[in-house]
Write a protein that binds this ligand. Structure first.
Ligand SMILES: O=C(O)CCC(=O)C(=O)O
Ligand SMILES: [Fe+2]
Length: 191
């Protein structure tokens, strides 16, 4: 019985290491953050052949797909300071955010299946403007084991452990403009 229950939760459960907090920020801060992000010099990001074009700005570090390594980027802007403080407190005292990626998804744009680069540690993601289906999959024999998180505006998700290292994630075409701010620690810190 115990074994059956354990099997059931492995098959139907959410990825281990995935956490979700609804209403992590207030609507007034959400509006301020959308104003800041949409005023950034966002650049189209082509990541894989089939997806639409999201637009991004990196701070702290950016991953260079030609050189296949991290490069220094603009320093993390001051307007993100209080939010980073809140996220580091949520993560635990030793959490140190080193990289921030601001992303804009126009209606119809998503992101294909991937795992984030191994240079980074844990990933925290704040959703702004509209909700999305944040999908997970991992190989289970010949099939995929799947899980979908409905990521609502103002919510925060955190990926660590298996959710970060084993499962892949993707977002299908969004139905209304969505922004996200993702915050990453560095892998060597293990926090
Ligand atoms: O927009 C998001 O919440 C996630 C984006 C993502 O998976 C990534 O930039 O690696
Ligand atoms: Fe990702």
């Amino acid at each position: 019985m115990t074994e059956q229950l354990a099997f059931f939760s492995r098959v139907t459960g959410s990825p281990a290491g995935l956490q979700y907090v609804a209403e992590f920020i207030q609507p007034a801060l959400e509006r301020e953050l959308i104003d800041h992000v949409s005023a950034l010099p966002l650049q189209p990001f082509q990541f894989g052949a089939y997806e639409g074009k999201r637009r991004v700005a990196s701070f702290g570090f950016r991953y260079d797909y030609t050189l296949r390594r991290l490069q220094p980027a603009e320093p993390i802007p001051g307007w993100l300071g209080p939010l980073i403080g809140q996220i580091e407190a949520y993560g635990e005292p030793s959490t140190k955010i080193a990289q921030v990626l601001c992303t804009e998804y126009d209606t119809g744009v998503g992101i294909g299946w991937h795992r984030d680069k191994p240079h980074f540690g844990r990933i925290f993601g704040l959703s702004l403007g509209s909700s999305c289906k944040f999908r997970f999959r991992r190989a289970a024999g010949e099939k995929w084991q799947r899980y979908t998180l409905e990521a609502e505006p103002r919510s925060l998700y955190m990926m660590s452990g298996e959710a970060r290292e084993v499962w892949e994630h993707s977002i299908p075409a969004v139905e209304a403009k969505r922004y996200s701010i993702t915050f990453r620690t560095m892998a060597d810190r293990k926090t």
